[in-house]
Design a protein around this ligand. Structure first.
Ligand SMILES: Cc1cc2nc3c(=O)[nH]c(=O)nc-3n(C[C@H](O)[C@H](O)[C@H](O)COP(=O)(O)O)c2cc1C
Length: 455
């Protein structure tokens, strides 16, 4: 990784529901340097499983109820900032460790005044507990390999605001985003550029100015004006970007109709939750949300129906076909039941194939595999029946393919049959779970399978 910079950048602000993968990729396309994800709550994230989705080519963090809480991809890895809501240093670190290899930086939200955030001591509630702020940030800075940042609102006086940010700077964070409003101020109130400016002068780390969307930043050139007005190193945009993310483009604003189409293409390509897609499109439609198009979007229940509203049925179908082709390819990859000729073993003989061959020689029925998938992490376990006896690995595997191979290995070892290519090594103790999975890798099934994640 090149390492992300927070100096002299323009960022997509963290926004609940808005800041999911399609919007982040679109903002990057238009010229944003850094994109924040929506605030994700530490307790929910800590329960998530990291899953490599080979069909979508994404990394998904999947909750026990199978919901994808955070989906990201290679394209944004050096640009995406993972924002979390937390009030607990240990939990914050657990979550940061879970995501650190897949993101450019980790951010703590200290500015959200909404009750769902503050009631757990998170968000803006942290602003009145600087000891807690310090504990969380110090723990993160010491414990993760990526930069740590935080996002705050301003305190009732300049002095308090400056001393808080100075204290935050001492924890070793890389940058601080300052939303220039007091905790009790609403988004329609004017932003306090003088506070941001005073903070920017008082510390040496980059300050990211935020809060200018309503009256100051409407076009790309306004971003530079806002940067100057606040004396900050960088600028972060929420609403202006939500209404039209092409605000990041130095080529000027694009018609929102064009932008919505580009947004929808990403939503289709990355199998975005349809309700999330609708929500974001409705934000872009703004006062046109009651137009014929707006009504069609609101009535739609699936990404396919939303595509019809925009005349993107063909793109939708082509994308589905491509994804299905990839799914099929991965699936057939996982069923290596090619016929095995006597005395003419293919080079990539697997435990399953070896067991099949052995069964034929012994005039037994073909081994029968039964695979189950458990819901909490969508992993697989397979049982193979040979000569009316069942064999099963104690390990739960990432794919059906691995699970079947694991069952075959257990069977071969229990029956004392040398395992072909990997049979040179001494028959290992099947109770050793790690041994089983290592053997699987040796047996030539390098391509891991996708775990699909319905959202
Ligand atoms: C729809 C929406 C969702 C938001 N969600 C978050 C969030 O998850 N985390 C956060 O720190 N701020 C959140 N905010 C606040 C923005 O990041 C930003 O601080 C605020 O909107 C002021 O910036 P702006 O004038 O550019 O809109 C949200 C704002 C909006 C409009």
């Amino acid at each position: 990784s090149m390492g992300v910079s927070f100096s002299n950048i323009t960022a997509l602000a963290p926004m609940v529901r808005v800041g999911t993968l399609p919007m982040r990729l679109l903002a990057l396309d238009y010229g944003a340097d850094v994109v924040y994800c929506e605030e994700l709550i530490d307790i929910k994230m800590a329960q998530c499983q990291r899953v490599e989705n080979e069909v979508l080519q994404t990394v998904d963090f999947v909750a026990p109820d199978d919901r994808v809480m955070f989906r990201t991809c290679e394209r944004e890895r050096d640009r995406v900032v993972f924002q979390m809501g937390t009030a607990d240093p240990d939990r914050a670190l657990t979550v940061a460790k879970l995501v650190e290899k897949d993101v450019a930086a980790v951010d703590v939200n200290m500015g959200c005044p909404k009750e769902y955030s503050t009631k757990g001591g998170m968000g803006a509630a942290l602003l009145s507990d600087p000891d807690k702020i310090e504990a969380i940030l110090r723990k993160l800075v010491a414990g993760v390999s990526v930069p740590v940042t935080c996002k705050i609102r301003i305190l009732p006086s300049l002095e308090e605001t400056i001393s808080l940010v100075q204290r935050i700077q001492k924890t070793g964070v890389t940058a601080v985003a300052v939303h220039g409003r007091f905790k009790e101020e609403r988004p329609r109130h004017p932003v306090h550029c003088d506070y941001i400016q005073a903070v920017a002068q008082a510390v040496s780390i980059p300050i990211i100015a935020n809060g200018g969307s309503l009256d100051l930043v409407k076009t790309n050139t306004d971003i530079e004006e806002f940067r100057k007005a606040t004396g900050a190193s960088s600028v972060m945009l929420a609403r202006a970007a939500m209404w039209n993310p092409s605000v990041f483009s130095s080529q000027g604003l694009l018609p929102v109709e064009t932008v919505m189409e580009e947004y929808l293409k990403y939503a289709i390509r990355y199998d975005n939750n349809a309700f999330n897609t609708k929500y974001c499109l409705c934000q872009m439609l703004r006062d046109k949300v009651e137009s014929p198009l707006g009504k069609q979007v609101q009535a739609a229940q699936t990404n396919a129906e939303i595509s019809e509203a925009y005349g993107l049925q063909e793109f939708y179908q082509q994308t589905q076909d491509q994804l299905q082709a990839r799914r099929d390819a991965l699936q057939s990859d996982s069923q290596p039941d090619r016929p095995v000729m006597d005395g003419d073993y293919p080079p990539q003989i697997t435990p399953k194939m070896f067991l099949l061959e052995w069964s034929r020689k012994e005039k037994l029925e073909q081994p029968l595999y039964e695979t189950v998938q458990r819901s909490q992490d969508r992993s697989f376990q397979s049982t193979v029946t040979v000569a009316e006896k069942k064999y099963r690995s104690t390990l739960w595997e990432k794919s059906k393919k691995f699970a079947e191979q694991a069952a075959a290995i257990v069977c071969l070892r229990v029956l004392g049959i040398p395992e072909g290519r990997i049979g040179e090594e001494d028959s290992a103790d099947i109770q050793q779970e790690t041994e089983t999975s290592e053997t699987l890798v040796v047996s030539g099934n390098q391509s891991s399978c996708c775990v699909e994640t319905g959202v």
